[in-house]
Write a protein that binds this ligand. Sequence first.
Ligand code: GTP
Ligand code: MG
Length: 204
Amino acid sequence: MNITSADFYISNSRADQCPIDAIAKPEYAFIGRSNVGKSSLINMLTRKKALAKTSATPGKTQLINHFIINNEWYLVDLPGYGYAKRGKRETQKLTQLITHYICGREQLTSLFVLIDSRLEPQKIDLEFIEWLGEEGVPFAIIFTKADKNKAGQLRHNVEAFLRRLSEQWEELPPHFISSAERGTGRDDILGYIDSINKSMTTAD
Ligand code: GTP
Ligand code: MG
């Protein structure tokens, strides 16, 4: 798929204030632990380095950020979960924001759950995915920061994570490997979004 335009649309601190279009546009949102690379991935996919704000320190994205792509669909940058240094009230507020968006947003077509490919399977990610299953939220997985792995480590971690998932799921969700640094995974992820967008127009 060709991205011909990618622009910031709106930021919201409440899920019920997200955009309402006369004809609903499909949304693809990015979630995962703070610092996993959600905002960087949006910039890589759109090839706009400063579209979504990134930071070397966790906790940067605190709002729901909509970016309009080709005037037809949205990429949505969400705050991360699991940042230990956040205060209790702030954590609660963000958890509520994320939960309301994920469970209440009808336009949410697919949620991308980002997993740091450098790490062994993390309990917080597995529990989050289990919760998505309970809520019936459609999702795919993206293993991020592939460029940061030593030889063999990437495959080891990805396989270990998928093995853990197959204990919970009969069928594995779609999954991708990405590097925002090198552009790895861009074609596959955009191709996946494109195929869903096309299936939605033919289903109308
Ligand atoms: P929060 O908004 O705080 O939840 O974080 P985030 O998930 O949006 O992460 P962000 O995109 O801000 O990236 C965090 C850090 O990881 C930044 O320093 C990025 O440059 C770095 N980073 C993200 N993706 C990659 C990648 O694929 N490769 C490398 N080497 N670094 C990456
Ligand atoms: Mg971010």
